[in-house]
Design a protein around this ligand. Sequence first.
Ligand SMILES: [Zn+2]
Length: 256
Amino acid sequence: MLNMRNTTIALAGVIALLAWWHAPWYGYVLAVAGYTLPLAWGSYHIGSNFYIDVITKGPGGATGARAIALTFDDGPANQYTPEILDILKEKDAPAAFFCIGKNIPGRENLLRRIHDEGHLVGNHSYSHHFWFDLFSTRHMRADLRQMDAAVRAVTGLTPRLFRPPYGVTNPNLAKAIRKEGYTPIGWNVRSLDTVINDPVKLRKRIEKALRPGSIVLLHDTIDATLVMLPQLIDGARAAGYAITRLDKMCNIAPYA
Ligand SMILES: [Zn+2]
């Protein structure tokens, strides 16, 4: 299995061989350069489980359940969280919202609405800072706890599911997740809704990728997502999928 530990063991093995062979200095440079490639790959592939085991799908077909879970990142947002909640309510479809803490002040009612209407609230960091991945473990832990406190102040519940900002994982974040006791959540259907602005193309891309147990990554800040959501839900149901809440599909505790 390609993960941080095995990659480091492999590097140690290669360096021992280079020493045995009395390899020139550039042999070591090449070995270390080669070592960084899987590390970078692991950072940017949330399903790689390179630094930490991340949940990226439900049990799926093996259990006979044809369920999928919709997840929305980066809210609560004035555009388009309320409209998305309206659609989910009309379609009686539960979802998970991985909210950004700094978006909550002034939008407490919106967060309360997400919770009251039966959706899950997850932690997507407080700052969603561009350089979040370069934070120290201590700084990350403080940021995540600040987000938990913002949710707790509104709903009385402390999120236990955490989705890394930008989907990036690294050793500091893995440590922060373990120390704070979060269950890290990824996805296996990346809608690319922040990039594809044609709602039909977006929906077709998602529909093609759906499998039993799929976790679909969407954003409640995107116009195309709002536009295609009703047809996405209807289409998935017509294809025999049940829209389930992430924690139920994966049988994990959503709150402390
Ligand atoms: Zn995000």
